[in-house]
Design a protein around this ligand. Structure first.
Ligand SMILES: Nc1ncnc2c1ncn2[C@@H]1O[C@H](COP(=O)(O)OP(=O)(O)OP(=O)(O)O)[C@@H](O)[C@H]1O
Length: 470
């Protein structure tokens, strides 16, 4: 299939117009579905009467508003949807079919892992980093992953990230052609002690939170550490899923940490001799709102990803069938308000059991992401190592495509040791798929020859001992 000669089809003007219209309608439906999902706090009556998406979207004021291209937007996700559209019930306008390219043009590291000091000028092409084991390739990818919220692709403690022997912490500086125009991003810590938090400056001005990074770029990655995703603990898959959601909905992280905080308060309260029932109910109500929002955002992401995977089936990588289990499994299609009431009842009924267990046994923290190899109709964990890797690559590429479609801006992709386990044909197909996403990708490997098929589409850098050269 991969190697088949494909004849370039010739389309008439009318056919091209039809295709463009078709693409517009798909993107429109995605935007509407996503926005609709985020209206989770709308009461059931409102949800029922707002089944037509546009009105439900405008109910997003319940969640706060965003402002894109000078136009007020409703809905939790609206700020991240970029200037490609405005509220569906007023006026819908999509950007070009190819997402806008976001790229790093400069990268400077100070005391970052094995880099004492590094300064790199980049053009907008993909970047291939090759070098021996331990040279610092993944470290460089990790530095770029700090241009997104969170603790980076290794989820490391900041104290470990600072170069051994450095006393002033680490810093990462990048000049980026971003989603909102050129931006200079500086992030790092001030010292190398445990428990440090990461600071962020945008164009020299301190940012309130690292979440502000998502206004400028989205960074997605695939690393060898993720190879065990299908066979490892469910917490790994939940984290993976939540990162997928986060890349479209930056609010998801805040909801997850607030849910976590509320759950810990409930667990603490339940461990007391006679917990105050009114206090417990208040906490449980908060958990119900946040927990259902999290579950719906995850479900919506899976729905969008599934639709995209179905449309692009039959490519060089197998496609994944995705579903969620473990929390409110039988509630598909119920209004958010009803789901909250149901979760609230579960929490209230489960107080005795949870007090005995010392933890909350129901909630979005118990969900598992179930992944199937669609073509083989088999659970991912039962597939071969190579099949699992191909499935994961397909999933990450589909997600990158979705982020590009939804935001109008292609994400920056970090693909660590991506080419190692693929044969020549698959590698070439992978590079084409990555290139078609329209963004900038950073790829690593030990052997430059593995990237030959990329040709002039990438610049090639050699990494050795914490230094980078052409
Ligand atoms: N905080 C630190 N300070 C100094 N050196 C560090 C620090 N953390 C990791 N290193 C060093 O960085 C090197 C690892 O770099 P990295 O993981 O980027 O290698 P790599 O080029 O990706 O190698 P491989 O091909 O084996 O994956 C190791 O030699 C490690 O000891």
């Amino acid at each position: 299939m991969l190697f088949e000669e494909i004849e370039e089809p010739v389309f008439t003007g009318e056919e091209l117009a039809k295709q463009a219209e078709h693409q517009r309608s798909i993107r429109l439906s995605i935007v509407m579905r996503l926005s609709y999902c985020t209206c989770k706090r709308v009461k059931s009556s409102q949800v029922a009467e707002n089944r037509g998406f546009p009105t439900a979207v405008s109910a997003g004021s319940v969640l706060g508003t965003g402002n894109v291209a000078g136009l007020p937007l409703g809905g939790g996700l609206s700020p991240c949807l970029g200037p490609a559209f405005v509220l569906p019930d007023r006026h819908v306008e999509f950007g070009p079919a190819m997402p806008h390219k976001v790229s790093l043009t400069r990268l400077k590291l100070t005391d970052f892992r094995n880099y004492a000091a590094l300064s790199l000028e980049l053009d907008q092409r993909h970047v291939v980093l090759t070098g021996e084991n331990g040279a610092g390739k993944t470290n460089l990818m990790e530095a770029i992953s700090f241009l997104s919220p969170g603790r980076g692709l290794r989820r490391a403690a900041y104290a470990d990230v600072a170069r051994v022997g450095a006393t002033d912490g680490f810093s990462v500086f990048a000049a980026v052609e971003g989603m909102d125009g050129p931006v200079e991003i500086g992030t790092g810590t001030a010292g190398a002690e445990e428990g440090q938090s990461r600071r962020l400056r945008l164009n020299g001005t301190p940012a309130r939170t690292v979440d502000e990074l998502t206004d400028h770029l989205r960074v997605l990655w695939l690393t060898p550490a993720m190879d065990g995703l299908f066979t490892g603990p469910s917490s790994d898959r939940r984290r993976f899923l939540d990162r997928l959601v986060l890349s479209l909905d930056p609010e998801h992280g805040r909801r997850a940490s607030e849910f976590d905080r509320a759950m810990r308060s409930r667990n603490r309260l339940l461990s007391e001799f006679r917990p105050d029932p009114a206090w417990l109910t208040a906490i449980e109500r908060e958990m119900a709102g946040l927990g259902v929002s999290m579950a719906l955002a995850r479900l919506e992401m899976l729905g969008l990803l599934t639709a995209l995977v179905e449309r692009s089936q039959g490519g060089s990588f197998p496609s994944a069938g995705l579903s969620l289990a473990g929390f409110l499994d039988d509630c598909h299609g119920l209004p958010a308000y009803d789901l909250e009431e149901r979760y609230l009842a579960m929490l209230s009924d489960g107080r005795g059991r949870d007090a005995a267990a010392g933890r909350t046994l129901d909630g979005p923290h118990r969900s598992d992401l179930l992944i199937r190899h669609r073509e083989k109709d088999m659970e991912a964990e039962r597939c071969s190592t190579g099949e699992q890797k191909a499935l994961l690559v397909g999933l990450v590429l589909a997600h990158a495509r979705l982020v590009g479609d939804m935001t109008g801006h292609a994400p920056v992709l970090l693909l660590d040791e991506i080419a190692a386990h693929l044969d020549q044909g698959r590698r070439a197909a992978l590079f084409d798929r990555v290139d078609e996403l329209g963004g900038q990708a950073f790829m690593t490997g030990t052997d430059r020859a593995m990237f030959t098929a990329l040709g002039e589409r990438a610049c090639y850098l050699t990494v050795a001992n914490g230094r980078v050269s052409e």
